[in-house]
Design a protein around this ligand. Structure first.
Ligand SMILES: CC(C)(COP(=O)(O)OP(=O)(O)OC[C@H]1O[C@@H](n2cnc3c(N)ncnc32)[C@H](O)[C@@H]1OP(=O)(O)O)[C@@H](O)C(=O)NCCC(=O)NCCS
Length: 265
């Protein structure tokens, strides 16, 4: 796939427009909690997504504003990885997001052939939310997976509303439904409406271990005693260990699997 145009918004890959690679982080910086950038796997491998071999799976939605200037309206990231047993949903890794990003980069260096595509992120600029761009980007990921002959498209989904319910355990939250039986979380529901099924919880999808002083910088909180703390934007508590001066945040996500036309099981 090279390019898709509709309603004057064009999807292009970072391979086609390497000049726009900085826009991924610019858009992301405005929406991700600061501490996400402290995930060791993000630090080590995020930039590899824009290496020669992976940039074809990173997409930007481009529009033209009324002054005729090009604007980046949304971005999507995904990575091919090796899924040993794609007929066994339960074999998706507990380390979710971190696992597929690390695996996807490692297989490149080992010269192994991927058989599945994992979504990693979709960001829509605030002004463009609710305009079906997210849907287009998900559809584009499906097309990308099909185009490259992958057997599956999966996503370790970060439920957007979980942070508003910090007292509810993740598994309980994931079991919530709307009156008509759809998933309660709007972003999980969006994937579900587009044909994805909920597979399993990835309990340690993103892992951030950092000195408490760093956590204070990220969150503005102080940690006078050891124990769990709610941090803004967090889907699970930060566990502060004052004795060792370390804070550990392990973020659960939900693995979802999209239906692919000719390949999915
Ligand atoms: C998640 C995101 C990509 C969805 O884009 P969008 O243009 O809002 O997509 P949609 O309009 O299809 O919204 C899907 C649903 O999520 C809801 N929603 C989106 N973002 C939300 C948020 N931060 N909090 C609560 N609800 C949200 C929308 O209201 C909609 O619900 P509805 O179908 O009941 O109306 C966009 O909100 C975003 O960029 N958020 C920040 C980054 C992020 O969290 N990405 C997802 C994890 S990778």
């Amino acid at each position: 796939m090279t390019e898709e145009t509709c309603n004057e918004i064009t999807l292009v890959s970072a391979e086609e427009r390497p000049d726009l690679i900085p826009a991924f982080d610019e858009l992301g910086a405005a929406v991700w909690p600061k501490f996400i950038g402290g995930d060791e796997i993000v630090v080590k491998y995020w930039n590899s997504l824009f290496s020669e071999n992976l940039r074809r799976h990173q997409f930007l939605a481009l529009g033209i504003d009324r002054h005729g200037n090009e604007q980046v309206l949304a971005t999507s990231n995904s990575i091919p990885f090796v899924w040993g047993t794609p007929d066994d949903d339960a074999s998706l890794p507990d380390a979710g997001w971190d696992a597929v990003l690390a695996d996807g980069v490692h297989i490149l260096t080992q010269g192994r052939k991927p058989n599945a595509l994992s979504a990693l992120a979709i960001v829509v600029s605030p002004a463009m939310r609710g305009s079906h761009l997210a849907e287009r980007l998900i559809a584009n990921m499906k097309a990308d997976a099909g185009h490259h002959g992958f057997q599956a498209l999966v996503a370790p989904v970060r439920p957007t509303r979980k942070q508003a319910y910090p007292l509810i355990p993740f598994a309980d939250y994931m079991a919530w439904t709307t009156a008509d039986g759809a998933p309660f979380d709007p972003w999980v529901r969006k994937h579900w409406q587009l044909g994805a099924r909920l597979v399993k919880i990835a309990p340690r999808s993103m892992r951030v271990s950092a000195p408490l002083s760093q956590w204070t910088e990220w969150t503005g909180l102080r940690f006078p005693v050891s124990g769990p703390y709610h941090v803004e934007g967090g889907l699970a508590p930060l566990i502060a260990d004052c004795e060792n001066g370390i804070g550990l945040y392990e973020e659960p996500n939900i693995w979802m699997r999209h239906r692919l036309q000719n390949a999915d099981l």
